[in-house]
Design a protein around this ligand. Structure first.
Ligand SMILES: [Zn+2]
Length: 255
């Protein structure tokens, strides 16, 4: 079985000096392709240099993360611009985060719109980070419907109604990760209403570690545990989960 981790930060300093080992473990677990969403100028160089060393396995994105939007956002966006002509497979991760802080909410919205326009101009998919912001994000996507956007909703925690709304808005995929394995996670119920051909697997490593490793650093090699849980919840074989989610990621990100 082969898997794609569509959202991983193996370049994070949590892996300092052990990134290559973590990648090796992933490949051994069948997670042969990994997508790296960008955060900001602090970690970008590490992300691209890791990706450049493993072009067959790692696929980087460019974008400014909503929690990195602050008074300095214009300078940060100029930094993102510098990388748009290299080989990136998506604009991300971008979005709105009202959980950590609303101090720069207006700037977050502006930066999100700018980056959605960039994705449309470059004909790239987007990876959306949405935390306590689903309605704001859906409203912006409705507003920009003419841009013909497509992409992934990372760490999806919305309802099945929200999924239906998204589905009417265009070609949107749902990123499912370790939260699925947590007790009382509402996504465990919601996921039964989302067609498998719209689901992407992701770890968000080093965060959101699946059971039975919860509490430890998360890494891409844990994807099969998420797939196994999805298999149990949906009554679909793990082989079919692997094949379909891999195909979905290949289609969306053209990898
Ligand atoms: Zn992320």
């Amino acid at each position: 079985m082969e898997f794609i981790d569509t959202h991983s930060h193996l370049y994070d300093e949590a892996f300092a000096g052990e990134e290559d080992l973590a990648l090796q473990r992933s490949i051994e677990a069948g997670v042969t392709r990994i997508i790296f969403p960008d955060i900001d100028s602090q970690s970008r160089a590490a992300m691209f240099s890791f990706a450049d060393r493993h072009k067959e396995n790692i696929f980087p994105c460019a974008g400014l993360h909503p929690t990195s939007v602050n008074a300095d956002w214009e300078r940060e966006m100029m930094e993102v611009e510098k990388h748009l002509d290299r080989k990136i497979i998506a604009i991300g991760e971008i979005g709105i985060d009202c959980y950590w802080s609303k101090e720069f909410l207006e700037q977050q919205k502006e930066v999100f719109r700018i980056q959605l326009e960039t994705a449309s101009r470059l004909d790239l998919p987007v990876i959306i980070h949405s935390r306590e912001s689903t309605e704001l994000i859906i409203n912006i996507l409705k507003d920009l419907r003419h841009l013909g956007l497509r992409g992934a909703f990372h760490a999806y925690s919305g309802s099945k109604e929200t999924y239906r709304e998204l589905d009417r808005l265009g070609d949107w995929y749902i990123g499912i990760g370790g939260v699925l394995t947590y007790k009382k996670a509402s996504i465990a119920e919601t996921v039964k209403s989302i067609p498998i051909d719209k689901i992407l697997l992701e770890t968000d490593s080093p965060y959101l570690t699946p059971v039975p490793f919860r509490g430890k650093r998360n890494e891409s090699s844990y994807i099969p545990h998420i797939a196994q849980k999805l298999s149990e919840l949906t009554g679909t074989s793990i082989q079919e989960i692997a094949a379909t989610t891999t195909e979905n990621a290949q289609k969306l990100f053209k990898i």
